[in-house]
Ligand binder design. Structure first.
Ligand code: ADP
Ligand code: UDP
Length: 237
């Protein structure tokens, strides 16, 4: 496999074409951003940690029967993935209230949500990723009703697998964001799953172990991601 040109440079990752038209290389950079790109910093080792963390999670999801774009790790900071036609939506499941839902609805952080709640956001940095509903998605043609159903089904299936995985490591999966794309006509999981895109709290102390450490300037961001990985059995070197 030969890496060719950079197709897209996002806030944290870069996507490269390869000599195989169906396969991309995904490079995990150290860039870390929050608040729609208004806060940006370089965090040493973060690209490597997220690349390996994501590989571990994607393999767990595949083992549970959830199809993902992940093919294999190439090196510390790069993975090979299936080329997807990305659906421009973010799927968020919340098991516990935190983050934007608390501001939007005026609810306290830390409430158990039963059942877990689900939200769609439009991927659009310039608009600050606004929340959208299923009628918006249908009316503007961002996804078909069948794709919407599939994304919800898969996002909740991921919840079942990962809630237990993190609980076994003494952590609560508070919320997370997934992105899907179309491969060979099927909706499959794309992008990444790492502490950059989810909230994880220590089960007993409720210490924040995720990107909120960066958002809130709590320090020890990458160290915390590594601790999460170690608790799950991820190998970083
Ligand atoms: P952002 O675009 O939000 O700044 P990243 O820096 O993580 O995010 O960039 C990665 C980009 O690659 C995202 O736009 C994501 O939708 C896209 N992407 C993720 N997986 C795939 C894939 N398998 N095929 C094509 N594009 C992908
Ligand atoms: N999230 C993400 N990318 C985004 C927006 C949200 O990965 O562009 C994740 C975020 O890390 C959290 C979950 O989705 O785990 C819910 O985020 P929320 O809506 O609370 O927004 P925030 O206040 O974190 O920006």
């Amino acid at each position: 496999m030969e890496k060719r040109q950079e197709l897209y440079k996002g806030k944290a990752k870069s996507v490269f074409t390869t000599d195989d038209a169906n396969v991309y290389v995904m490079l995990y950079r150290n860039d870390t951003s929050a608040f729609d790109g208004k806060k940006v910093e370089q965090l040493d080792r973060k690209g490597m940690v997220n690349n390996k963390f994501n590989a571990f999670i994607m393999q767990k999801l595949e083992a549970a029967g959830i199809e993902t774009h992940f093919i294999k790790l190439l090196n510390d900071t790069e993975s090979l993935v299936k080329k997807l036609e990305m659906i421009p939506l973010e799927c968020v499941v919340r098991n516990i209230s935190a983050g934007s839902i608390c501001k939007r609805l005026g609810v306290a952080e830390g409430q158990d949500l039963s059942p877990p709640t689900f939200e769609f956001f439009l991927k659009n940095d310039a608009l600050g990723d606004p929340m959208v509903n299923e009628y918006h998605i249908r009316s503007f043609g961002w996804a078909t009703p069948e794709q919407v159903e599939k994304m919800k089904e898969l996002t909740f299936k991921v919840n079942g697998v990962l809630k237990q995985l993190f609980l076994d490591g003494g952590m609560l999966l508070v919320d997370y964001k997934l992105e899907f794309g179309v491969y060979d006509g099927r909706v499959i999981l794309g992008d990444e799953f790492s502490p950059d895109g989810c909230r994880l709290w220590d089960k007993d102390t409720r210490k924040k172990l995720d990107k909120d450490r960066f958002r809130q300037g709590l320090g020890g961001v990458v160290e915390s991601y590594e601790e999460v990985g170690h608790r799950l059995g991820v190998k970083f070197d």
